[in-house]
Design a protein around this ligand. Structure first.
Ligand code: BEZ
Ligand code: FE
Length: 289
């Protein structure tokens, strides 16, 4: 019988990994020890797997350095990198498993601005005369047990038909296409807007170059973001995606969950209508009753 003997180079590499892992055993915080040890194991295995060359290792360092240099107080290129590698969606999924009938969460994205104005039920978040297909969004916020939640806050934001958020576009007023709505006694909310459009994520930096080098496009499927909160319930960050968008199956940041695809229906007045039911997970099982 042949013995499974490692060649001497592989043996040395294995020992190097082992030595690093042994050194990490001294980490006082057990979670940090677990995370760092796993990171080292996977990083070393990755380098061995691809036979990482010195110039490739250096190109990676240069890329990460540029990613850091591209960050400003209003631009987070590292999060964009995480988004385009699917890591942000994976972490979101790990933190919010879809198990108990609650509406599925999705990633927040970089364009959320807290403090949007509260608007009357039925108000429009779009400026008067904005070019775009009118869309009426109506819906209900309820517990996972189906009990309507009065006074829940539905905080929404989206791009204009030019594909830009207000914070990216001097031509839009502050808090344009943003607003907070409170549900009524029956847990209902409604607002008017325009049909969202697909738009490219910021692609003029290192992440954009990596997308191009790997043959990928930078487009997000058309969507409206929502953060829904109510006392006694877990706050939900989610997105309504237009199921008919051409990028629905190839969203650049892997943010589209099947349950979050919606078909906008044509209403008799010719406009589009979306009815959206949100189910919030109670903080304690008792609050479902
Ligand atoms: C967004 O949907 O706003 C977004 C998410 C990830 C990266 C860029 C934009
Ligand atoms: Fe977005």
């Amino acid at each position: 019988m042949r013995k499974n003997v490692m060649n001497p180079d592989a043996q040395a590499r294995h020992e190097l990994t082992r030595t690093v892992l042994d050194r990490l055993e001294a980490t006082p915080d057990p979670r940090l020890r677990e995370v760092m040890s796993s990171l080292v194991r996977h990083l070393h295995a990755f380098a061995v797997d691809v036979g990482l060359r010195e110039e490739e290792w250096l190109a990676g360092i240069v890329f990460l350095t540029e990613t850091g240099r591209t960050c400003t107080p209003t631009r987070q290129e590292f999060i964009l990198l995480s988004d385009t590698l699917g890591l942000s969606s994976l972490v979101d999924d790990l933190g919010h498993p879809a198990t108990d009938g609650a509406t599925e969460s999705t990633i927040l994205g970089p364009f959320y601005v807290p403090g949007a104005p509260f608007r009357e039920s039925g108000a429009s978040i779009a400026a008067a005369g904005l070019d775009g297909e009118p869309l009426l969004v109506t819906g209900e916020v309820a517990t996972t047990a189906g009990r309507p939640i009065a006074g829940a806050v539905v905080d929404v934001w989206q791009t204009a038909p030019n594909g830009l958020y207000d914070v990216q576009d001097d031509g839009q007023p502050e808090f344009h296409l943003r607003g907070r709505f409170r549900t009524d006694d029956a847990g209902r909310y409604d607002f008017r807007t325009v049909r969202p459009v697909s738009y490219p994520i910021p692609a003029d930096g290192p992440v954009g170059r990596l997308l191009a080098a790997t043959g990928r496009h930078p487009w997000r499927a058309a969507h409206i973001h929502l953060i829904v909160s109510a006392p006694g319930h877990h706050t939900l960050t989610t997105t309504i995606f237009d199921a008919e968008d051409p990028y629905i199956d190839s969203d650049a940041v892997f943010g589209v969950k099947r349950s979050r695809r919606h078909v906008f229906r044509r209403s008799p007045d010719g406009g589009l209508h979306l009815e959206e039911h949100i189910r919030l997970r109670p903080e304690t099982p008792d609050s479902t009753t």
